[in-house]
Design a protein around this ligand. Structure first.
Ligand SMILES: [Zn+2]
Length: 258
């Protein structure tokens, strides 16, 4: 019975397309995750800037509290000035008041610095918000494109699976078993066309006897090197005419005929 290689070739073509489509589909979740990470990153920058402002405001409140407390002390010292008995005590207290005022002044400078820093932080928040809005728009579009691509790939895969179901009954079960065994073992590629007397998948030269057997189309023959099913593509009709077969029965080697 002549082997109809075309069905096996078609099945291989479909299977290769299915695995290519699946490979693209498999990376979709990682691509979406990468996009979502970008959204989270921009949100994180906004959140960090806002936290900075909260910390700044707390610092200012703390400083203001300290200054208020110091001012209370100063007022108390000033009241005590009226009660001192000696000049020495008066000078000492006066000195204490001056030192405390200096301390209060330093903290007030800190408050001013924090106020200036707050302006910078406000600008930072504004910029981070603008960036987030811009990124959301860009990333949103990118996300939509990936989802549309995923939908197309899923439709394509479903179509290929239908095509596969249609071609399977065309292939005799024993041939299909061999094909499936080889695809499982050799990364999904069981069929290898012979090109210029070479196995096109592993580049091993195909012996002339094997070439003759292949042209006979009576059995599945695997490549002696890579183990894939070899076949000779039929030239397009009316182009080069029939292929010459040199048949030498003495030299037939059926060691790798399945
Ligand atoms: Zn090979």
């Amino acid at each position: 019975m002549e082997i109809v290689f075309e069905h096996l070739i078609k099945l291989q073509d479909i299977d290769s397309n299915i695995s290519g489509t699946s490979a693209f589909l498999d990376v979709v979740p990682a691509r979406l995750e990468a996009i979502d990470r970008q959204i989270r990153d921009t949100a994180e920058i906004v959140a960090q800037a806002k936290e900075k402002l909260v910390a700044n405001q707390k610092k200012r409140r703390d400083y203001e509290g300290e200054v208020k407390e110091i001012r209370t002390h100063i007022a108390k010292f000033k009241r005590q000035l009226n009660d001192v008995k000696t000049n020495k005590e008066y000078s000492a207290l006066q000195k204490e008041i001056e030192d405390t005022e200096l301390g209060a002044g330093r903290i007030e400078e800190e408050i001013l610095r924090e106020m200036i820093a707050a302006d910078d932080i406000e600008r930072e928040i504004k910029a981070a918000n603008a960036r987030q809005t811009e990124e959301k728009g860009r990333i949103g579009k990118e996300r939509e494109a990936i989802l549309a691509e995923q939908k197309d790939l899923e439709a394509r895969k479903a179509e290929l699976i239908k095509e596969r179901e249609a071609v399977l009954p065309e292939i005799p079960p024993d041939q299909l078993r061999i094909y499936l065994r080889i695809t499982k073992r050799l990364n999904g590629v069981a069929m290898s066309p012979v090109t210029d007397d070479f196995c096109s998948l592993c580049q091993m030269r195909v012996r002339p006897q094997v070439l003759n057997d292949l042209l006979g189309r009576n059995a599945l023959i695997t490549c002696e090197a890579c183990g894939r099913i070899l076949y000779i593509q039929r030239p397009p009709e009316n182009e080069h005419g029939p292929v010459e077969i040199v048949d030498d029965p003495d030299k037939v080697d059926d060691s790798n005929i399945l």
